[in-house]
Design a protein around this ligand. Sequence first.
Ligand code: ADP
Length: 486
Amino acid sequence: MFGGETMLSSVRIRLTLWYSGAMALILLALACTTYFLLRQNVGRRVDAQAVELADAFLSTVNAEMGDATKPDSLDDGISAAISEHRFRDVTFAVFDPRGNLIGMSESAPDDHHHGPWRREEVLPVAKTLLADKEPFHFVRVSGRPYRGYVRTFSLENQEATLVVLQSLSHQTEFLRTLERTFWVVIPLTILLAGGGGYLLARRSLSPVVTMSAQASRIGSENLDARLSARNPKDELGQLAQSFNELLDRLSASFDRQKRFVADASHELRTPVAILCGETEVALAKAVRGEEEYRETLRILGDESKRLRHIVEDLFTLARADAGQYPLTYSDFYLDELAAECAKNVRSLASAKKIKVSCESTGEALIRADESLVRRMLLNLLDNAIKYTPAGGSIALRCGEHNGCYQVSVEDSGLGIPADLQPRIFERFFRADKARSRNEQDGSGAGLGLSIGAWIATAHSGALELTRSTEAGSLFTATLPKRPPPS
Ligand code: ADP
């Protein structure tokens, strides 16, 4: 059902494979160590036993020969010891220095598992051990394993060699059973552990599968859907929470974008409707007087200007949002720029009989984007003129505060109602829509302050409404002297 790649790309399967692999390695290492340690131990015990048996055998021979009442010859001592030391799995054989057999166990070892013991089979094997200098040997008699122990001794000036042959059938059988047990138990344990591990991995990862299914169903049309987590406190719960927070942010920014587009089209609709209406009216009658055409063209001109203004502002904000508005830094005097802006708006202000003053505490050399800073100041001055009744006054001040430059625009206008003050930097927000729409200068889409605030933050500064009462408003822009190191 699964392709190899698909199977391995599943975390569940990978976890299970890792787990089973690690388990198999550990079990194998444990089994091998146990097996070899046991084998070594069994071997050591067999050898120690062979030495003990040889000691006992020789002490019997010695005792028989040293009996004061009836001393025996070496041959008699050996046959007495042979008949006394009868063990099921042990054979004693004694040879003279020329390799002739002096005596040998007759019946034992009686190995029922592997057929009867045969003298003619055992003797040649025992003889071969005489030639070797090593005391311990592994040998085979009719294919069966034996441990041979050779010891040369001398008694009553006669030299002889004792060969002890111990059957290893029991030990080999024990080790083989152990090996067989391992072969059954290890795969079974791995299988069980692997199965258990897989079920566990499946169970613990099932919330991830559910979450991923839920996440794949979320799109722009249901951005308010959220992931659910079984336990919000565990790691997966935290993942779901982070994901949901991301969705919150995405949804909020999506809403902002939607509102921006809706507001933008709403703002554009009015001037476009005026343009269409005026043109239709002008063309409805075949002939009109020059004055009438002039008036229509004036209206068309004003609305086009307004339209251009809105489109430019929208374009600036869209580029700023996309992070594609590069700041062009240059060194200039902020106090001089402020004076220039004040001069530029003076004719507009004097039409409303508004006095514009400009003061500065000194030279203010700054490194910033001059055209953007100019745009921010002109927006502030524009607003001040727009929202100040005839005969009022506007003061533009430039100074230094906490290592930054501050430019403030204070007017003697009507102010902004306290409940609306927190919203004036929002896009398309106008405290009094009717009033600004009726303005002669054709602006007033509610974007000026948003752009001003963006310009200040783009310079790592800030634009704030410091105060606004019925006696007037004060806006303050704070700008660092140089762009902070990025
Ligand atoms: P607009 O194009 O309407 O001037 P702005 O973003 O520049 O848009 O300003 C947003 C709103 O803040 C204005 O509609 C106005 O209600 C209010 N506002 C801005 N500056 C002033 C000011 N100097 N005095 C009174 N109200 C102001």
